[in-house]
Design a protein around this ligand. Structure first.
Ligand SMILES: [Zn+2]
Length: 299
């Protein structure tokens, strides 16, 4: 009697693990920015003061939904989306599927990648833009349009996409797809490698572009996510070697002067500082700190 009960338990466990193997978990992380969303060309679309902001929250949310749908059709079982633009409260929650999780609000230690960890299978960047050191691209900037003139990891100039890819790489997770304007997609693929790219507009300058229409952009995003999921085993995590040398060049003079008071910071020239982090998590936390801290912070 005792023995047969044990066998029943063993068989039940075997059946359970077989079912579990069939329903393989596939976790996808989506980092969503706004400058690279279809049609966006200026501050009028990008923040609460702009006359088209509410409309572009809809377009941004629809791009995220297009990526979620395609990822699901291709086998994604869990999706985390990080709202990673401006106040990080752009995406319209009521229009997102009920069974995803959303990362909102700044500051946060991993910035545009908060919530990533080693359990994810792939990362998707949506609405991305080129870096502050790129002469091309709509709203080209790196992390702060007003304050930074260059960001480097181990002597390589970073765009937000490649910096964020290095955070994902720390956790062993590859980037599989990016959308944005032509300059943003090219800049990230040049550094990170052959990922799927959805170019939804072609830049003429900082505040001008030739753009697809929204429905066409959603279709393209679906197609590129589908392609990426179809060859998810091809992508390699983008890893930078540790310790990580982080060089930041400010547009103004005083940030580098004051940061050099700290013994962990080296001032490398009038406008630039260097920080050495033990890994990308430390580099990201330092970056978020210098972008956010001021003594008047309340509460
Ligand atoms: Zn942004």
């Amino acid at each position: 009697m005792r023995n047969s009960l044990i066998w029943v338990v063993i068989l039940a466990l075997a059946a359970f693990s077989a079912v579990e193997a069939q329903q393989k978990k596939m976790k996808i992380y989506i980092s969503a920015d706004m400058e690279g969303v279809v049609g966006a060309v200026s501050a009028d679309q990008l923040g609460p003061g702009g006359f088209e902001y509410q409309k572009f929250r809809e377009f941004m949310t629809a791009e995220v939904n297009a990526a979620i749908e395609a990822a699901r059709e291709a086998g994604a079982t869990e999706i985390v989306v990080s709202d990673s633009h401006g106040n990080a409260q752009n995406l319209l929650m009521e229009k997102l599927p009920k069974d995803i999780l959303l990362v909102r609000g700044f500051p946060r230690p991993l910035m545009m990648m908060e919530g990533i960890d080693e359990t994810f299978d792939g990362v998707i960047f949506l609405g991305y833009h080129s870096s502050t050191s790129n002469p091309d691209g709509v709203r080209a900037h790196t992390m702060s349009s007003a304050r930074l003139a260059d960001v480097r990891l181990n002597d390589v100039t970073m765009t937000e996409g490649s910096f964020n890819a290095a955070i994902a790489g720390h956790f062993g997770v590859p980037v599989i797809m990016i959308s944005g304007d032509d300059a943003a997609v090219k800049e990230v693929t040049d550094v990170v490698g052959d990922i799927e790219g959805a170019v939804v507009k072609w830049n003429y300058g900082f505040h001008s572009a030739r753009t697809m229409m929204p429905e066409a952009a959603y279709a393209l995003i679906r197609e590129k996510v589908r392609n990426a999921m179809g060859r998810i085993g091809d992508f390699k995590p983008y890893k930078v070697s540790a310790p990580v040398k982080l060089d930041v060049r400010f547009k103004s003079y005083r940030p580098s002067e004051l940061l050099s008071y700290l013994s962990i910071v080296e001032r490398t020239d009038s406008h630039s500082i260097r920080f050495s982090g033990k890994d990308m998590v430390e580099a990201s936390r330092f970056m978020e700190f210098i972008l956010t801290y001021e003594p008047g912070l309340e509460p």
